[in-house]
Design a protein around this ligand. Structure first.
Ligand code: GLN
Length: 448
């Protein structure tokens, strides 16, 4: 009731929810109540969670914030939803995002913008901006987002919450509407590190329905949280320190965080990730290439929107896709189709894939000398609504510190590390080797 009151009071202005699922939530809460009375409650029993609107929920619209899927009601649950429901969680509703997760400000939603609860003239970041804003404004107690190039971590930073992108393959993608399949990963946004650890534990693990989902055991992520940072070595990438457009307040907050880690007994060393300058270019070839292929399925026949007045099959495809997709999605389809076309494939997609391997090697080499890499999550605090909408390149640069983790497949976490002069939250990013989420959470917990 408290969460739904909060949504009623705030969400007409914040715009975090696309769908509020009150009736279904009440049913789930009743079942949770029975478990609590029977003494069989777990850590998620009855906990109200919001879900980014690209994770399939049986019987409840899953729109991807696109006109193309405005009326799509999935006949099945994503694996993460099955896992959350069997852990007793309650779903409050579906949260706003950039259309098909393409963006860094949640302004690309076909339905509404989301405002940053800390300053309503600013964006919450994106693409999981609805998830971050809802957690920050107590319109749910935790949320799921998805991260292809930073879409969990960057909005978490801008809204002052904890966000975790797991290792590629840690969490099943079955039922996650695909953007760029080799980069996408579902993860939690939470009020603190302990909540993030509980949520990650609940959604992780092998799933025979996703062939890229790893068989590694799922540890109890809450068990070693208080082990501290003594004995851990933190690496600070030299290439990130003066990256273009870095806000001095962000730089100062991260330097202070590094000093705090040192005070707490950690060792901090400089490391090098020499391919950093090529990460944005490689990502913006690989992600659109995969997107152009994944989005070919929206043809007006199999799912969602169909333009009904077209004269023939070809016009039906054309009209459906012209009207169903927004401008950023079309831009990605054009970029991706071009990069994959005969004659350009070797120059663009293949080259970008080779750069991706070099980026992965950079991280492997860095992790020989440190346990955790620390950096800002984003170069600036939350930016103003409309500030970057006319300049896609500027928007793409918001992910300069986050997208390398997706290219390398490693886990990354963002946690609050102070405020800018104007009182906006700043995020600290920590990255660890593949499947070392427990170490990330332990390091973040010590900082918190
Ligand atoms: N902002 C990046 C993009 O637009 C990343 C999005 C994401 O992680 N889903 O592609």
């Amino acid at each position: 009731d408290a969460v739904f009151d909060r949504i009623r009071q705030l969400d007409t202005e914040i715009g975090a929810y696309i769908t509020v699922a009150k009736d279904a939530a009440r049913q789930q809460a009743k079942q949770a109540d029975a478990h609590i009375r029977a003494g069989s409650a777990g850590p998620l029993t009855g906990i109200p969670l919001g879900i980014k609107d690209l994770i399939c929920t049986k019987g409840i619209a899953t729109t991807c914030a696109s006109r193309m899927l405005a009326d799509f009601v999935p006949p099945y649950n994503a694996t993460v939803m099955e896992k959350l429901f069997s852990a007793g969680a309650v779903m409050t509703g579906k949260l706003n995002m950039d259309e098909f997760a393409m963006g860094s400000s949640t302004e690309n939603s076909a339905f509404q913008i989301t405002r940053n609860p800390w300053d309503r003239s600013r964006t919450p970041g994106g693409s999981s901006g609805g998830s971050a804003a809802a957690v920050a404004a107590d319109m749910c107690l935790g949320a799921l987002g998805s991260d292809t190039g930073g879409s969990i971590r960057q909005p978490a930073a801008h809204c002052g919450v904890v966000g975790l992108k797991p290792t590629y393959g840690r969490v099943s993608r079955y039922g996650l509407v695909a953007f760029a399949s080799s980069l996408d990963q579902i993860g939690p946004l939470a009020k603190d590190v302990t909540d993030a650890a509980i949520l990650l534990g609940a959604i992780s693990g092998h799933d025979p329905k996703d062939s890229t989902c790893a068989k590694n055991d799922v540890p109890d992520y809450t068990a070693g949280l208080d082990a501290g940072v003594k004995g851990l070595t933190f690496g600070i990438p030299v290439e990130y320190q003066n990256a273009g457009g870095m806000d001095p307040g962000v730089k100062a907050a991260v330097e202070k965080a590094v000093a705090q880690l040192t005070d707490a007994g950690a060792k901090c060393v400089e490391i090098s990730l020499p391919q950093t300058e090529h990460a944005v270019a490689a990502y913006y070839l690989i992600a659109p290439a995969e997107a152009s292929s994944n989005l070919a399925r929206y043809d007006g026949v199999k799912y969602g929107y169909r333009h009904k007045e077209a004269g023939g099959l070809k016009q039906m495809y054309e009209q459906t896709r012209s009207r169903g997709f927004g401008p950023e999605v079309k831009r990605r389809i054009l970029l991706g189709t071009y990069a994959l076309s005969a004659g350009y494939y070797d120059a663009y997609y293949k080259k970008a894939s080779q750069v991706r391997t070099l980026i992965r090697n950079d991280f492997a080499a860095a992790f020989e000398t440190c346990d955790v890499i620390v950096s800002p999550t984003a170069p600036t605090p939350a930016f103003g609504l409309g500030e970057k909408t006319d300049d896609p390149l500027q928007m793409y640069l918001s992910d300069i510190f986050t997208l390398s983790a997706n290219l390398a497949g490693i886990p990354g976490l963002s946690l609050p590390c102070g405020f800018s002069e104007s009182g906006l939250p700043i995020g600290l990013q920590m990255m660890a080797p593949h499947f070392a989420e427990a170490r990330l959470l332990q390091a973040a917990y010590a900082f918190e």
